[in-house]
Design a protein around this ligand. Structure first.
Ligand SMILES: O=C(O)CCC(=O)C(=O)O
Length: 264
């Protein structure tokens, strides 16, 4: 019998795990870790990477930072969670799962100011991942640290859009979601059906690298906190075996752990 979660993931291009699977205690420490990374602190002895948002920047803007586990042990522990690997293998059917990049995503409550833009425009991740060979099996686990209710600007997935191929017009930083959608060149007859990723702290979602997704401002009055953990299966290869750009840290297993099986 095929696994029901895998069947849904294959059909929809995403899967929601809407239970608090990750321990509350780990979520609390990773959340404190997020605050430390946002202050520019490191407890690993390693230097942070620059990002879209850097310590000292406007706290009212989307706080997107790259590879936060470089500089924080609690985040490293969360990113390495075997239970994430087990779920990832379950939905994808992989023999091996490795983390290969992550993002800290802090979406503050919306102020309405255009300078404090917090929407995430519709996009397919594959559009930004040219460092991987075509056909590479790449996907993302998005882990909620706070309650992500419908008024928090949850991520929204377009069901079945991973079957549409690589579209033009992806725009992560686009603030007018209708305009981004209009520019995306959807295939004829494509049915656009959005599903919000409502999650408790410690819950997570998975989405395929071709699944169209985006999110609107956070009107909850509380910050929306999460990590996007980009993963690969054994069916993935960096272009020409190169280690550069987003694959620079691929062999650094402290930062990019294998969280299920083996990659060989
Ligand atoms: O956090 C969001 O709303 C979108 C995140 C995203 O684009 C991703 O995890 O791939």
């Amino acid at each position: 019998m095929p696994d029901a979660a895998a069947v849904r993931y294959q059909a929809d291009g995403f899967y929601l795990v809407q239970q608090p699977i990750l321990r509350a205690e780990l979520i609390e420490r990773a959340s404190a870790g997020m605050d430390a990374v946002r202050r520019g602190e490191s407890d690993t002895g390693r230097e942070p990477l620059g990002g879209y948002w850097n310590p000292g920047d406007d706290p009212g803007k989307l706080g997107k930072m790259e590879l936060p586990q470089l500089t924080n042990r609690a985040i490293r522990e969360l990113v390495s969670s075997p239970v994430l690997g087990e779920w990832a293998a379950r939905v994808t059917g992989a023999r091996g799962v490795q983390v290969w990049w992550t993002q800290l995503l802090y979406k503050p409550p919306a102020t309405g100011s255009p300078e404090q833009a917090t929407s995430i425009g519709w996009h397919q991740d594959r559009n930004y991942w040219g460092c991987w060979e075509p056909g590479s099996e790449l996907f993302t686990a998005w882990v909620a640290l706070t309650d992500v209710a419908s008024d928090c600007g949850p991520m929204r997935f377009v069901a079945g859009s991973h079957h549409w191929g690589l579209l033009v017009g992806s725009d992560f930083y686009g603030q007018d979601l209708e305009a981004v959608k209009a520019a995306m060149g959807l295939p004829a007859g494509a049915a656009w059906s959005e599903v919000a990723a409502i999650l408790p702290p410690g819950g997570f979602s998975f989405h395929d690298n071709l699944t169209v997704h985006g999110s609107s401002p956070n009107h909850s009055g509380r910050p929306r906190r999460s990590f996007a953990i980009h993963m690969r299966t054994e069916k993935s290869r960096p272009v020409e075996g190169k280690r550069e750009g987003l694959t620079t840290y691929l062999d650094d297993l402290e930062v990019n752990p294998v969280i299920y099986g083996t990659m060989g």
